[in-house]
Design a protein around this ligand. Structure first.
Ligand code: C5P
Length: 242
């Protein structure tokens, strides 16, 4: 686990909102309480790279561009090169196609862009994996570990996985490999018709060895988003100093 990050730096807020006005409202509200803002497809497709400038102009937090790139190696390489000029710290690519795509991460490392490989979406459970025709003997944690090892050997900065696989990945991939974990649900949060499947609390994820956690709806839908973010940072702090 990266030890240089403080508790606030470990919290990434998913800016899953429809437009720049809503995004700006959350950036202004949360910029003192989270370490990073994650821009996903919903916001980026609507607003384009201007949204990144807006975030930078209104906070000093890092930016995570969660585009989950999934294409042939040449196209992913080109997209990463374009993203390296946008001043974001993290970007995601899919890991399903193996090393040829994962190795594109090396080409933007020196430009300061950290490429994270998505192993298996946290909305997936073993049942859904087997419904797709995968041998029932193969479990999600096996697939995640296999993809994590390939990502690590190919030069990715880290991976995205669920709370359920953190300890295993940490043990096999070492301390210098970033583990970023969405599907975070604090005990106090209730998300109606939740689509996340493999979930963990902030404390459990950090205690298991996550470097960073991604939280969207538990903060966005809270009565007071700032209080919710601060509660999560306190939980991270407690997990780091048991
Ligand atoms: O609202 P919630 O806390 O579930 O948001 C989780 C965020 O993490 C979403 O933006 C989603 O796209 C992202 N994510 C995920 N599972 C992955 C990778 C990213 O849920 N494996």
């Amino acid at each position: 686990m990266t030890t240089s990050l403080n508790s606030k730096d470990r919290l990434i807020f998913a800016l899953d909102v429809p437009d720049k006005n809503e995004a700006l409202r959350f950036v202004k509200l949360l910029q003192g309480s989270v370490g990073c803002f994650k821009v996903g497809l919903e916001l980026f497709v609507r607003e384009g790279p201007d949204i990144l400038k807006l975030i930078k102009d209104n906070s000093s937090a890092d930016i995570f561009l969660d585009l989950k790139l999934h294409d042939i190696p040449a196209t992913v390489r080109g997209a990463l090169r374009s993203a390296a000029n946008l001043g974001v710290k993290y970007i995601t690519i899919h890991s399903t196609e193996g090393e040829a795509i994962l190795e594109t991460a090396k080409e933007v490392k020196d430009l300061g862009l950290e490429v994270l490989a998505v192993t298996m979406l946290t909305s997936m459970g073993d049942g859904q994996l087997h419904d797709l025709g995968v041998d029932p003997k193969i479990k999600i944690r096996d697939v995640v570990l296999d993809r994590a090892l390939r990502a690590e050997q190919s030069g990715c900065a880290g991976i995205v996985c669920s709370g359920e696989e953190i300890a295993l990945v940490r043990q096999k991939c070492g301390d210098n490999f970033k583990i970023v974990v969405p599907g975070i649900r604090p005990e106090w949060s209730q998300i109606s018709s939740d689509d996340q499947n493999r979930i963990a609390t902030p404390g459990k994820a950090i205690a298991a060895g996550a470097d960073l956690i991604v939280v969207g709806r538990p903060i966005r839908n809270a009565e007071n988003a700032e209080v919710a973010a601060r509660k999560i940072v306190s939980e991270i702090e407690a997990a780091l100093n048991p």
